[in-house]
Every structure is written in structure tokens, then in C-alpha cells.
Write a protein that binds this ligand. Sequence first.
Ligand code: ADP
Ligand code: MG
Length: 334
Amino acid sequence: MNAAVMEAPQVAAEQNLLEIRKLRKYFGKGTHPVRAVDDVSFTIRQGETLGLVGESGSGKSTIGRLLTRLVDPTGGEMLYTPQGASAPQDLAHLSQSQFRPLRSKVQIIFQDPYASLNPRMRIRDVLGEALDTHGLAKGAARTPRIHELLAQVGLRPEHADRFPHEFSGGQRQRIGIARALAVEPQFIVADEPLSALDVSIQAQVVNLLGELKEKLNLTLLFISHDLDVVEYLCDRVVVLYLGRVMEIAPTHSLYADPKHPYTRALLAAAPIPDPAQRRVVPLLQGDLPSPANPPSGCVFRTRCPRAEERCASADMQLREVKPGHWHACWRDDL
Ligand code: ADP
Ligand code: MG
């Protein structure tokens, strides 16, 4: 019996909020669609913070948009089992109208909160609109609820009467978070929520997300370029490359003992010196191949320092090499 089979009962004991199976999103038709997400499988456990990392263009945002049904999948399943539910619902196969009641349960926070806030709406109305969409906190309950939401994200009651441009970037991201919280979600996708913020503000927003997650019993998918923040905030991490999963592991295991050559390259990456542009550049040769025409076999092989002939034809599958630590390279001798 192999390790994966032996570990199965232990893994099953933890409740999965989402089980993503062979999720696929192709953009465009014809013989060479853009394979933004190509047969991606992973789970998100109830109450965890799962990191999703990978270079720009690897499909992170598309996965976030699929999970919140801002885009429709080309294939695969997204099995959603909220606490207390007896059977999962497949979010991938719900129509937009069937998904509507779930829309409040799965929320997304974007990189640029300013772009997603109507500049002509006072914050009171931004939050009020979110509450109205789901019929929450009507009448006399409205103002106290708005004040409560503002307090939860570290803002004051008088901020309710201001317009988006009257806030700093960090405050606007707090408003974006308050709007997501307004509808009482169970699951939040945070898509690079720090990228538009000054470094000095980033830690505050990270800590706020961590605190809210604990207090409100949320499950978080945290999408980021910033491997330091991911290490700090996340329980487990999924490493994505060209629309495919390269590695999945508990955070400490991934950082202490990365298995996949791509993860190793990411972790060895050089930070950009300008703190305002805090990103990491992988120490990899060349550009990401086109997702419309990915390499055969292992999609990473064209940039892999350890690639061999057989990588071109290998059907790469994730293998469990330590409890909960999976990777998609056939080598074990790295
Ligand atoms: P990431 O968030 O990791 O940078 P994305 O999910 O935004 O990656 O993009 C993955 C790939 O899908 C990229 O090649 C991107 O150009 C492509 N893509 C994303 N959205 C669309 C779209 N609406 N139409 C066509 N291609 C898209
Ligand atoms: Mg993105």
C-alpha cells in the first residue's frame, strides 16, 4: 500500500469546505484556446487559510473567479460543503440563478479596491447596497450594522458618510473587506489584496484578515505573489504554474522542504529592491510559455533546470511524498 492510500483516513477526518476536481477554464475556442486553468485539483478545508502562489499568468485569478462564479468553468467540479450540510453542492454545475443564493457565502476581495468602489457612492451606500442584495439588516437595523462592519475593519462610524476618494489605499481595502463581510460569507477569496498597498500598510491588512478569519470563522483563499506574506498567513499552499498544480503542502513543509523544481525556483527568487514594488522575480530562464500552446508532458520542463528527455512525454500527476505534501515531479532526488 502506498503512502497516499495509508494517509487517506486521516485526511478525510478534516472537513473540506471545497473540493476542486479537474477544474478547467479555457478562454477562446478553436484548436488553441488559452488554457488558463487546466485540470486543477485541490481541497480547501473548513476554517483554513490556503495560499495560492505562482508567477503572473499562472491562472491564480482565474481560479478565484471560478470559485466565486464570476466566470463559468469549462470543466470539472467545485464541491462545496458548508458546515452542517449533509451533501456537497457542485458550484461548477449550478446555473447563475441557482448560484445566486450562494453568492453571499462566497465573496471575493480584489487587488485594487478603488476600481471596485463606485466613486459617487458614500460608504454607507456601498455597504447598504451589499446588504440590500441579500435582504440583510433592513430598517432600523441598517445603521448599527454599517457601524459594526466599519468597526470590524478598524474604521469609525463617521467614515460611513465619506466617498471612496476620501480614504487612503489601506482604508479603501478595509472598505472592500467590510463590503465582503456585509453579506456574512463563509469563504473569501482575497486576490492579491496587498499588491496596491504601501508596504507599511500591508502588514496591517494582513493582520486584519487573519483576525477576521478567526473571529468570524471564515475560510480564506489567499492569492499572492508575496511568498513571505503567504508563509506568515497561510496554513497550506498550492503552487500553480501555467494553469497546473505543481505542489501542495502544509506551509512549514513547503518552505522548509520544497520538492518541486518550480517551487524551489520561486523560493530562491530575488525580491525587487523597491519596497513599493514588492514582488518576487523567479530565478528562471525565459518567459512563461503561452498557455494557448503549453509544452507537452510536464508543462514546466522548458524552464526546468533538471529537465530530461522523458519529461516531454511524462503524464505528470501529483504524488504524496510526505503526509499532506504532494508534488508533480517524478524525481525524488533533488
Ligand atoms: P494570474 O492571476 O496568475 O496572473 P490569470 O488567471 O489572470 O493569472 O491568467 C491566466 C491566463 O489566462 C493568462 O494567460 C491570461 O492572459 C489568461 N486570461 C485571463 N483572463 C482571460 C480572459 N478573460 N480572456 C482571455 N484570456 C484570459
Ligand atoms: Mg491575478
